[in-house]
Design a binder for this molecule. Structure first.
Ligand code: FES
Ligand SMILES: [Fe+2]
Length: 391
């Protein structure tokens, strides 16, 4: 039996786990009481991705969100600043905006219940009272604010306030993505889907490629090293034996002749001009912001996936394919060559996530165990444990 908290089992120049490690307890994936713990310590503490900044293109435009059970109102004020509030009137709590998106009138935010009126900075402006006196201190009755940050065109909210920096949530230093012009990219295609699994099941699947040979026939054709059930060169304990082979099967990267993730492996044109030769050669880069967001960056487009827990056993994905405006304006480009390719991969992942969720209910399966290749699953599970405050 492995220890519950081993010292780092990934030490050394081989990426993989060097000892047997248990997974998280199975009931953490379906128990409503545990889900409540995770809402409070993870979803309502960390930065959570909401949408692209250009989804609020005009001043006074708004969007509403359900941030894992919390109603959120995101808006762009008259000065162009993006702000977020709880979507709850200070009178008796009614949701102020009912629609998923729209544009507020110049008169501000008017509660649909008893018509309290707020400015776009959240201050209460007016209480309709027909001239009768009341005792509400208007100056102290602003909407409850929520911390918001915009990173390179991506809007995040943090219900716990802004003590945590946005960078704390990302997997790596963000400067490595400076050569991708993320701010100017535009959504060309969007897919929203619900998966019947706990949100952690989704992330664990994201963090390993052991399933790739059996699950992703299209992907392993374009990324040969995935055929081996590993993600990169050093996932193989014997990687030194093939260190000088110039072959993507061993070194990672796209198959020969391919330039991006698309149905024919060919980029859509209008490639990002500033990428280095090695960034082009690898052809895919990951940016991860737990618990809600990851990007896959290619030479010609970027895929953004937002993950939100809907309940203990349901997860919502919103996937957006981002392109430079010139790609979307080019009638010769069919963006679905890229979108259909990764949509299929996501579909395949969704199916195995649902299988994993079903089996976790088996009473004797109190926990599982991790293979050496699942070192990033272990890291994710450690992040969950740390966030929950267990030792
Ligand atoms: S609940 Fe908003 S005005 Fe009454
Ligand atoms: Fe997968």
């Amino acid at each position: 039996m492995s220890e519950r908290h081993p010292t780092d089992p990934t030490a050394g120049d081989f990426n993989g786990l060097r000892q047997l490690v248990d997974t998280l307890p199975s009931h953490w994936y379906f128990d409503p009481a545990h889900y409540e713990r995770e809402r409070a310590t993870i979803w309502w503490k960390h930065w959570v991705y909401l949408c692209r900044a250009d989804a609020l293109a005009e001043t006074r435009s708004f969007r509403t969100f359900d941030l894992v059970g919390q109603p959120i109102l995101l808006l762009r004020d008259e000065a162009g600043e993006i702000r977020a509030f709880y979507n709850a009137c200070r009178h008796r709590g009614a949701a102020l905006c009912r629609e998923p998106e729209g544009r507020l009138p110049a008169s501000g935010i008017s509660c649909p219940y008893h018509a309290w009126n707020y400015r776009l900075d959240g201050q209460l402006a007016r209480i309709p009272n027909a001239g009768r006196p009341h005792h509400v201190p208007i100056a102290d009755t602003a909407l409850h604010p929520i911390a918001v940050k915009v990173w390179r065109g991506f809007v995040y909210a943090n219900l716990a306030g802004a003590e945590a920096t946005l960078g704390d949530n990302f997997n790596a230093n963000l400067e490595q993505f400076d050569r991708w012009p993320l701010e100017r990219l535009v959504v060309g295609y969007r897919l929203t889907k619900r998966i019947r699994c706990n949100w952690k099941v989704f992330w664990e699947n994201y963090n390993e490629c052991l399933h790739c040979p059996g699950v992703h026939p299209g992907l392993i054709d374009v990324v040969p090293i995935y055929r081996r059930g590993i993600m990169e060169e050093r996932d193989d304990p014997n990687w030194r034996a093939s260190a000088d082979r110039d072959d993507p099967l061993y070194q990672g990267g796209l198959k020969r002749g391919a330039t991006t993730w698309s149905v024919d492996g060919q980029s859509l044109g209008h490639e990002f001009a500033d990428l280095t030769a090695s960034e082009r050669a690898l052809g895919y880069h990951y940016m991860t912001s737990l618990p809600s967001h990851y990007l896959v960056l290619h030479v010609d487009h970027v895929r953004s996936s937002r993950i939100l827990a809907i309940g203990p056993e349901e997860t919502e994905l919103e996937i957006e394919w981002l392109f430079p405006p010139e790609t979307l304006a080019d009638p010769a480009v069919d963006i679905m060559k890229a979108c259909a390719f990764s949509a299929r991969v996501m579909q395949e992942d969704g199916e195995v996530c649902e299988l994993a969720q079903r089996g976790l209910h088996a009473a004797p399966h109190t926990h599982g165990m991790l293979m050496p290749e699942e070192y990033d699953v272990w890291r994710f599970q450690e992040w969950v444990r740390t966030s929950l405050g267990s030792e």
